[in-house]
Design a binder for this molecule. Structure first.
Ligand code: GLP
Length: 259
């Protein structure tokens, strides 16, 4: 980093998204292989595709005994889910997790948890989901991607650091960005979702924020320079004692001296 840019978050710069994914996969695996791991907090989105591929690959290379440990002790909670989509809808985050992680890793589907997008009472479902995470001991290691508008989970700006698990309305920018899983039609992207809030995210023991690709360069630059503010929900991470930002060169393009 150049001396003129204050850096409040620990930053690991890697050559490309593949190297970033391998780094993150190693961290996730190390966490999952401790004797009694606390639950993992997981994310979806294009950034996580190479992360889960690298995790599946790394798990394949483990000795049988460790792979069994991984399967027996796995418990993860995803950040968010679209409202109105069931687990088998191809655009749902449940379907993303099933095809990218649960199935290839041979996990029990019941150990990979997400909010229920079809819950008749989304407010009650958000409260139930947060309470379940609390009852499981809280998140040990939280994986996060970064939205182009600075969201984490589906905490769209403006968003307070005290926000809790709740139903939210998605911004037009987010629905455009996520249209890929909906035949490139932003109008087909659900308008609402359930997301963990910043309060639950910040309660994790450790947080890994993964940022890759040139499209994230502007928002990453803002995140690394700005004071915490509701306009950039990810900036609340600056108040957490154990956050690692793992970014590739393309995402660091706008950050002088970082790459
Ligand atoms: C999505 C998800 C976030 C994700 C982010 C970045 O909308 N709700 O959890 O981290 O936006 O997505 P991508 O990796 O596709 O850029």
């Amino acid at each position: 980093m150049s001396a003129s840019v204050p850096l409040r978050l620990a930053l690991t710069a890697l050559e490309n998204s593949g190297a970033a994914a391998s780094h993150v996969a190693r961290e996730l695996l190390a966490h999952a292989l401790v004797p009694e791991p606390r639950p993992l907090g997981l994310a979806t989105g294009s950034t996580m595709v190479p992360v889960y591929s690298a995790l599946v690959e790394a798990a394949r290379r483990l000795p049988d005994e460790q792979r069994q440990h991984l399967r027996r002790h796995w418990l993860s909670y995803n950040l968010d889910e679209y409202l109105g989509l069931g687990r088998t809808h191809p655009g749902s985050f449940a379907a993303f997790m099933h095809s990218r992680l649960t199935e290839p890793l041979g996990l029990d589907p019941a150990s990979v948890r997400l909010p229920d997008g079809l819950a008749p009472d989304p407010l009650a479902e958000a409260a139930r989901y947060a309470a379940e995470i609390g009852a499981s001991g809280g998140i040990g290691l939280q994986l996060l991607g970064l939205g182009v508008n600075g969201h984490v989970g589906f905490n769209e700006p403006p968003c307070a650091a005290t926000s809790r698990c709740r139903p939210v309305r998605l911004s037009a920018a987010t629905r455009r960005h996520n249209a890929g899983a909906f035949a490139a039609d932003p109008a087909a992207v659900p308008e609402r979702a359930i997301t963990l809030g910043l309060a639950e995210i910040l309660a994790a023991d450790r947080i890994l924020l993964v940022v890759s690709g040139a499209a994230k360069a502007d928002v990453l630059g803002r995140l690394l320079r700005q004071q915490p503010s509701p306009e950039l929900p990810a900036s609340w991470l600056q108040g957490h004692p154990a956050v690692a930002v793992i970014a590739d060169r393309a995402a660091l393009g706008g950050v002088a001296g970082a790459a």
